[in-house]
Design a protein around this ligand. Structure first.
Ligand code: GAP
Length: 556
C-alpha cells in the first residue's frame, strides 16, 4: 500500500495528450487495511490470473489453474529463476527429469517411510486436520515421543469446536499410482513430492557428461505433488505445485582443508557477494546462497522489508541436516515460507549409494595432489583430528577413518547445499505484493478508483499495451499495427482498440502492464508514440527505437 501524492502530466507539456485520458491526481489509497485474500482471488479470477481447477464440476480442493495472465506470470518467474541460477553462471547445469521415477528412489530418500504428516479426524463433524497445525493455531504443543505423536488436553476441532477427535495417525503425502495395467503393489509408483531427488539419482550421469567439477550445481524445476491433508491459503499449500530447486555440490570441509590448508568460515567475514572461493567451508556456501537468493527476490520486486529468515532450531532440523533456513515472505495471512535453503551434508548421495549399490563418490585431482604431499605422520595427525571432530558430533570413529582413507585417494561423496523454492508460492507473493488500490481525482474534482498490479517489469505478464488512438483512420490504424507487430516480436504486448483510452489504461493497470503506448496523429508526422507509465501515470513521447531501449533496460 503506497501513500503518494502526485499529479499525472505530460512530461513534454503537450496539450494533445489530454485527449488520451483525463489527468488524474492520486488522492489517497483506499486500502487502509491488509489485503484480503478474497479480494486478490477475485481479481485473479476476473482478470485471468488463477482459476479453480475443474471449476465447471465444482472444483477440486488443492488444485489451481493459471489463466492467460497467470501462465505468463509463472513463465516469467521460471525464466528469471533459470537465468539467475543456470544461464548466468558457469558452475550450474540443468536437468529435466520425469515425474514418475523408480519407487526405489523414494525408499532411498526416506520419503516412502517418512514423508508424512500427523492427521486427526473430528468424530462429530467428520472434518480432517493436520494435528501440528491444529495445535499451533490453538496455542498448544503437540506431544511427541520418538516417532509417535499425541494431542494435548484441550485440543478441539477448529470447525465445530468438538473435543471428540481421533488420535493423530501418520499420513504419507505422496500420491500413489500404478505403472501399466495391473494395479498391484509390484507396479506401484509415486508422483514425485519434490524435484530434488532426480538430481541425486542422475548425479553420476551428470558428472560424467557435464564437464563440471565440484563445487558445481544442478538445477531443476517442474511439477511436484503432495497429498496435503489441508490445502489452504489460496494457492499457498496446494496438492499439485511447481518447485525450482538447486542442488549445489561442494567439497566436504575436510577435503577443503587438505587442499587449501584451511577452511574459510563465517568468522573470517568472507565477501558473500563476490566470486566464490576455493577455501569456503559449507557454512560460507550456505550463507552465500542465502545472499544470492535474497538478492534475486529483491530484483524481481519483493521488498526487502517483507522478506525474513527463519533458522530451523535443533529439534526442527532433519537429523542429517547441518542447518536449514527458510526465506519467509510476509503474506497477507502471515509470514510464511517461500523457500528453504538446507545444508544437507552427503546424506542424499550416500543414501542412493547404499540403496543402489553404485558408487557416488567423485575423484578430485586437487585433493589427490594435496594428499600425496603429506607424509605418513601428517596423514596420521590429520586422521586423528578428523576422528576427534566426528566423535564430538556423535559420528563413529570407524566411519571417520574410512572417510579420511578415501580422501587420501582423492575421493569423497560431495556434500550439498539446497536452495528449494516454490514457483506457485512465489507467484502468490508477487501477486499479493503487486496489488494496490488508489483513489484518483481529476482537475474538476471528479474521483475514480483504480486497481493496479504493480509487478516488476521483468515478471509482468504483459510488458506493453499498444493502442491506436482511434480505429476509424486507416493510416493511423495501420501504423499502430505495424508498431505492435514490431514490439510483439520482442515482448508479450497486448493490442487494445476498444473503448476510451482511459478505460484501456485501467484494464492494463489491473493486468499489471508497466507501460502503454498510444499511436496517434503525431505518430504519423514524427514517428513518436505516447508512452504512459503504469505507476506514475505520467506520459512521455518517445520514438519507437527510444521506447525499445527503455523497455530493454527496465525489463532486463
Ligand atoms: N527438496 C526440498 C523440499 O522439497 P520443502 O520445504 O518441502 O523442501 C520446498 O519444499 C518449497 O516448495 C517450499 O519452500 C515451498 O515454496 C514449495 N512447496 C512445498 N510444499 C508446497 C505445497 N503444498 N504447495 C505449494 N508449494 C509448496
Amino acid at each position: 500500500m503506497r501513500t503518494r501524492r502526485t499529479s499525472a502530466h505530460d512530461a513534454h507539456g503537450r496539450g494533445r495528450l489530454l485527449t488520451h485520458g483525463a489527468f488524474w491526481r492520486i488522492l489517497r489509497p483506499i486500502m487502509s487495511k491488509k489485503l484480503d485474500m478474497e479480494i486478490l482471488a477475485s481479481l485473479c479470477k476476473r482478470r485471468g490470473f488463477i482459476f479453480q481447477s475443474s471449476e465447471l464440476y465444482g472444483g477440486i480442493n488443492g488444485f489451481w489453474d493459471y489463466g492467460p495472465l497467470g501462465c505468463e506470470l509463472k513463465r516469467n518467474i521460471k525464466n528469471a529463476w533459470w537465468k539467475h541460477i543456470v544461464r548466468t553462471r558457469e558452475d550450474v547445469v540443468g536437468l529435466d527429469a520425469t515425474i514418475i521415477m523408480h519407487p526405489a528412489i523414494w525408499k532411498a530418500s526416506g520419503h516412502a517411510d517418512g514423508f508424512a504428516d500427523p492427521m486427526v479426524d473430528c468424530k462429530d463433524c467428520r472434518k480432517r486436520f493436520r494435528a501440528d497445525q491444529l495445535c499451533e493455531e490453538q496455542g498448544l504443543e503437540l506431544i511427541k515421543d520418538g516417532k509417535t505423536v499425541a494431542l494435548p488436553d484441550g485440543a478441539k476441532c477448529p470447525a465445530c469446536g468438538s473435543r471428540n477427535l481421533t488420535a493423530p495417525r501418520s499420513f504419507n503425502l505422496m500420491f500413489k499410482t500404478f505403472v501399466g495395467p495391473i494395479e498391484d503393489d509390484s507396479n506401484a509408483a509415486w508422483l514425485r513430492p519434490e524435484t530434488a531427488q532426480a538430481i541425486f539419482a542422475q548425479f553420476s550421469n551428470i558428472i560424467a557428461t557435464a564437464r563440471q567439477k565440484v563445487p558445481f550445481g544442478v538445477a531443476q524445476m517442474g511439477k511436484s505433488f503432495r497429498n496435503e491433508i489441508n490445502p489452504r491459503n489460496y494457492t499457498f499449500r496446494s496438492r499439485e505445485f511447481e518447485q525450482m530447486e538447486l542442488e549445489f555440490f561442494i567439497r566436504p570441509d575436510e577435503a577443503v582443508e587438505l587442499i587449501c590448508g584451511r577452511v574459510t568460515t563465517l568468522a573470517d567475514k568472507p565477501d558473500l557477494t563476490g566470486e566464490p572461493q576455493e577455501s569456503w567451508g559449507w557454512e560460507v556456501w550456505l550463507h552465500y546462497w542465502i545472499e544470492q537468493r535474497l538478492a534475486w527476490y529483491r530484483s524481481i520486486g519483493l521488498p526487502a522489508e517483507h522478506l525474513e529468515l527463519y533458522w530451523q532450531t535443533g529439534d526442527e532440523l532433519a537429523h542429517y541436516a547441518r542447518a536449514c533456513v527458510d526465506i519467509e515472505y510476509a503474506f497477507p495471512f502471515g509470514v510464511q515460507e517461500l523457500e528453504g535453503i538446507a545444508a544437507r551434508g552427503d546424506f542424499d548421495l550416500t543414501q542412493h549409494q547404499r540403496h543402489s549399490g553404485k558408487q557416488m563418490d567423485v575423484f578430485d585431482e586437487a585433493l589427490k595432489q594435496a594428499a600425496d604431499k603429506l607424509d605418513a605422520a601428517a596423514k596420521e595427525a590429520f586422521t586423528e583430528k578428523v576422528v576427534a571432530e566426528w566423535t564430538a558430533r556423535n559420528q563413529s570413529p570407524e566411519a571417520a577413518r574410512a572417510f579420511v582413507a578415501k580422501l587420501f585417494e582423492g575421493k569423497y561423496v560431495p556434500h550439498v547445499v539446497e536452495p528449494s523454492a516454490g514457483t506457485d508460492r512465489l507467484a502468490l507473493a508477487l501477486l499479493s505484493n503487486a496489488y494496490d488500490e488508489e483513489t484518483l481525482t481529476d482537475d474538476k474534482g471528479k474521483t475514480d478508483q483504480r486497481t493496479v498490479m504493480r509487478f516488476h517489469p521483468s515478471i509482468a505478464p504483459i510488458k506493453l499495451g499498444v493502442f491506436p488512438l482511434v480505429k476509424n483512420k486507416p493510416e493511423l490504424y495501420a501504423k499502430a499495427r505495424e508498431i505492435f507487430a514490431q514490439l510483439q516480436r520482442r515482448w508479450n504486448c497486448f493490442w487494445d482498440e476498444s473503448g476510451a483510452i482511459g478505460r484501456r489504461y485501467r484494464r492494463m493497470d489491473e493486468a499489471g502492464t508497466p507501460w502503454c503506448a498510444t499511436v496517434d496523429f503525431q505518430t504519423l508526422e514524427d514517428g513518436t508514440v505516447t508512452l504512459r507509465d503504469r505507476d506514475s501515470m505520467q506520459q512521455v513521447r518517445l520514438s519507437v527505437p527510444e521506447l525499445i531501449q527503455k523497455l530493454d533496460t527496465e525489463i532486463g
